[in-house]
Design a protein. Structure first.
Length: 230
């Protein structure tokens, strides 16, 4: 008698999973994450570089402003804004006798040794005979970083006009302040003699300015020689 039960079909085994697609996807994710991190880091570095360049440019422009201000001061020109003048000099234009070793009111003078044998590596804050006024404080520079001892932008007679060290912008000329910088630029002036075009000795001045950027640590130092008589 024939069986009425359906024939038993063979059992089908599902295909074995190898996981290759998952590994490929993970590798792509790792690669993309690495590329994104490198791109982000590069963008941050580029932004920092651009910010530093902008900061240096601002500091340089501030130092240039102080250079022009020092020339006005030496020339004895009329104040840019008389109401903004903080201090006044005894004479409209500084005289050789106004310069001293302490850089009073930013006017400096020193022995020839300071220029003939000045040595950056051996000078120190206590050995100023071998340092020049515009050097850093740690090397005997005489900028005087005490802001409280410097003139503020107030009318004549209400400031620290007997200060020593760098002259803040506009102290004697009333020049407008530089906006946005961490500190106003300042200048030092050194007096010496030089030969003019006729071979005779004439007064000359070495101006050193220091400009600050948006950050106080960003500083630019510029120098020029100013001679009223060429």
């Amino acid at each position: 008698m024939p069986s009425l039960l359906p024939p038993i079909s063979p059992r089908r085994v599902p295909p074995r999973q190898q996981g290759v697609a998952l590994i490929v996807v993970l590798l792509f994710l790792v690669a993309l994450t690495g590329i994104a991190l490198v791109a982000a880091r590069k963008a941050l570095i580029d932004e920092g570089t651009g910010r530093n360049q902008l900061d240096m440019a601002v500091a340089r422009e501030a130092a240039e402003s102080a250079m022009r201000d020092a020339e006005r001061d030496l020339y004895g020109a009329a104040p840019v804004n008389a109401a903004a003048v903080s201090c006044s000099r005894a004479q409209s234009s500084p005289l050789p006798a106004d310069f001293d070793a302490a850089c009073t009111q930013g006017l400096c003078i020193g022995p020839d040794l300071a220029y003939n044998e000045g040595n950056w590596t051996t000078s120190s804050e206590t050995d100023r005979t071998r340092s020049e006024p515009w050097w850093p404080k740690s090397r005997g520079g005489r900028w005087n970083d005490s802001v409280a001892s410097k003139p503020s932008r107030t009318p004549v007679g209400t400031s620290n006009c007997s200060f020593t060290g760098g002259v803040p912008l506009g102290t004697f000329t009333g020049a407008p302040a530089v906006r946005g910088v961490a500190r106003q630029p300042e200048y030092l002036v050194e007096y010496f003699k030089r030969k003019n075009s006729g071979g005779q000795e004439a007064d000359a001045y070495r101006i050193t300015t220091r400009g600050f950027g948006y950050a106080l640590r960003t500083q630019i130092v510029l120098q020029s020689v100013y001679s009223p008589e060429q």
